[in-house]
Design a protein around this ligand. Structure first.
Ligand code: ADP
Length: 363
């Protein structure tokens, strides 16, 4: 377990080190907020002991910076405050501190509080590892199952096409209808399998994140959707978009699903879909707005669940996987996605992505 102790007072740091080292903790030290953030960005740290009163960046500012950072955000922080600083303690807890002790601290109490945090860190690491492993197992299973389903499906489609071409006339109109149902069902199943395969691949270890120009990713998505956009006589507009840390292919997929839906779930008017972004605190808020049929109230969360569809295949073909994939991609980027809508007038899908910090989450 690695602990970072941050205090502008050398003597306090030495004391802290002398207290923690015999407990088998690896102790790193920093004299001010800047140095602390530099250490946190360079090394993996399990727990931060943070003095609130420091010249330059106060402990509270450092804490807020940690919580804003996509990669460091979950690091437990114990604040060390003055005895009378009730206001600081409250502000610290509200800003996301996990615990606090007051100076001059009681050695045993501090060690006990640290031990509690360390226990929680160990538990969380184990749960994340287990969840990641079981997710990967499930994904591998879905990948293999979907892959193995493709060959028999190919046969069904192929032989149905043969029947349609060579025997339909002989068999009569009733048989022709049945064959066409087989063909449409096979087509629907193929779409489902392809979407499942794509979804399962997202969770596999991918390329490390790097800077991605969302404008480029969005333009690539628009170009992939050229046929759908032309067929729907849709007007797709893109405003300036930021460069963020991420995986370009996944972000293309995200834009493609959202813009594609904006075009697909159209009302009577020709579809107009606008993609824009604005900076909000430590996040970029990307919006994809359409003038389509909208989403009934009460369904805004459900539509992100796997296989949830509000329409049947004949009215609007689809698999119910697109938005689940979007939620997954947003999560992998340390972000969130949600929808707002006015039924009959249109919908807006928002994706909030961290403006700084590059990491690949295990969502
Ligand atoms: P699919 O489009 O393949 O059905 P999605 O996961 O992309 O799957 O969407 C789930 C459901 O959410 C859709 O079936 C549709 O009912 C609804 N939906 C998604 N996007 C929109 C939109 N822009 N406007 C209206 N409804 C939408």
């Amino acid at each position: 377990m690695r602990i970072l102790a941050v205090d502008d007072d050398q003597k306090s740091l030495k004391l802290m080190e002398a207290m923690l080292a015999p407990q088998n903790y690896e102790v790193l030290t920093a004299f001010d907020g800047e140095a602390a953030l530099a250490v946190l960005r360079a090394r993996e740290v399990d727990l931060v002991l943070l003095d609130v009163m420091m010249p330059g960046r106060s402990g509270l500012e450092v804490l807020k910076e940690i919580r804003r950072d996509g990669k460091l955000g979950a690091t437990p922080v114990v604040l060390i405050t003055g005895l009378e600083d009730r206001k600081d303690r409250l502000a610290g807890l509200l800003a996301g501190a996990d615990d606090y002790v007051s100076k001059p601290y009681d050695r045993e109490e501090l060690l006990a509080r640290i031990a509690t945090q360390v226990k929680l860190v160990t538990l969380r690491k184990r749960l994340v590892a287990e969840l990641t492993r079981s997710n990967q197992d499930l994904e591998r299973f879905a990948l293999i199952a979907a892959h193995d389903l493709k060959a028999p499906l190919q046969n069904i489609s192929g032989f149905a096409a043969l029947l349609a071409d060579d025997f339909a006339v002989k068999l009569g109109p009733e048989a022709e209808k049945h064959i066409s149902i087989i063909q449409r069902s096979a087509e629907r199943m193929r779409a489902l399998i392809d979407a499942l395969l794509a979804y399962s691949r997202f969770g596999l270890p991918g390329r490390p994140f790097g800077p991605v120009d969302c404008a480029e990713a969005c333009d690539a998505a628009i170009s992939n959707l050229a046929a759908l956009i032309a067929a729907g006589e849709a007007d797709v507009r893109r405003g300036p978009l930021p460069v963020i840390s991420g995986d370009k292919d996944l972000l293309i997929q995200l834009f493609q699903n959202l813009i594609g839906n904006g075009v697909k779930y159209r009302g009577k008017e020709p579809p107009v879909v606008s993609v824009d972004a604005e900076r909000k605190g430590g996040e970029w808020l990307i919006s994809v707005k359409d003038n389509g049929i909208g989403i009934p109230p009460g369904q805004y969360e459900r539509i992100f669940d796997m296989f949830t569809r509000l329409h049947n295949w004949d009215d609007y073909p689809g698999t119910g996987i697109g938005l689940a994939a979007c939620r997954r991609i947003a999560g992998l980027h340390g972000g969130r996605i949600w929808a707002e809508s006015e039924p009959g007038k249109g919908s807006v899908f928002y994706v909030a992505l961290p403006a700084e910090g590059s990491f690949r989450a295990t969502a």
